[in-house]
Design a protein around this ligand. Structure first.
Ligand code: ZN
Length: 237
């Protein structure tokens, strides 16, 4: 079993307009996508829970964390952010979705501003698969078409991805690196762009397939503990 924690700030969905799209919150919609595969054991956590729902016990249990945030990035205490980032260094997978490009743990893992261009103009997005052999590309078509989405545009201030899986094109002319893989310590990080709260993106089969693939890819792998520090020469000098 892969233990997945879906974290969501759960702020926008308390407004009527967004509650119509995600009546139980974005986290529950994402959890439903994961429950379609029996290898995932899923729990959800939100900002309004004690310790943001990310107690030491939850963090220790979690193999892969999915993060959605937008309006309340600053409300996540640094102490919790540091614990999440340290769990990534230990091997936990971390998947940042959409506006989580500015979530504190993601910014810390990138080490850049992670800023970008944006507009909400209900434009069509075509998410092109540019690394078809990648594990995150499993069972996906050449492109995913999203009828209406928020537009993001380059330049996106991230480090060059270790692997770039998707590039988006938008009807208004912008392009964007939409699926970016990183290795950080013993952990893996994936950024996936789609998922603005006003549109029913997390009900789309193909988006579900990407997220399930990403969790599988990001799960911790068994590896020898690496030694760091002072090191005697191996040869007689
Ligand atoms: Zn958005």
């Amino acid at each position: 079993m892969i233990h997945v924690t879906v974290w969501n700030e759960f702020v926008h969905e308390k407004e009527e307009k967004i509650a119509k799209v995600y009546p139980n919150g974005i986290h529950e919609a994402i959890a439903d996508l994961l429950k379609k595969d029996e290898q995932f054991e899923v729990r959800t956590a939100t900002l309004d829970m004690p310790e943001c729902g990310l107690t030491d016990e939850v963090l220790a249990w979690t193999d892969v964390m999915i993060w959605w945030g937008h309006a309340a990035h600053a409300k996540v205490p640094d102490e919790i952010v540091n614990k999440v980032v340290n769990r990534v260094y230990e091997g936990m997978g971390f998947i940042a979705l959409h506006s989580a490009h500015r979530a504190k743990p993601f910014v810390k893992l990138m080490g850049t501003t992670t800023r970008l261009k944006w507009r909400v103009n209900n434009e069509k997005e075509r998410v092109w698969l540019v690394e078809p052999g990648h594990p995150i590309a499993k069972n996906l078509p050449e492109y995913i078409e999203i009828p209406e989405e928020e537009t993001y545009g380059e330049h996106y201030d991230i480090p060059a991805p270790d692997e770039l899986v998707f590039i988006s094109w938008f009807a208004g002319g912008n392009v964007f690196r939409s699926g970016c893989c990183y290795y950080r310590g013993a952990g893996k990080v994936f950024y996936f762009r789609p998922g603005h709260e006003e549109f029913p993106i997390y009900y789309m089969d193909e988006i579900g397939q990407v997220i399930r693939n990403a969790v599988e890819w990001a799960q911790p792998v068994k590896r020898e503990k690496v030694y760091y520090g002072f090191y005697e020469p191996l040869e007689k000098l």
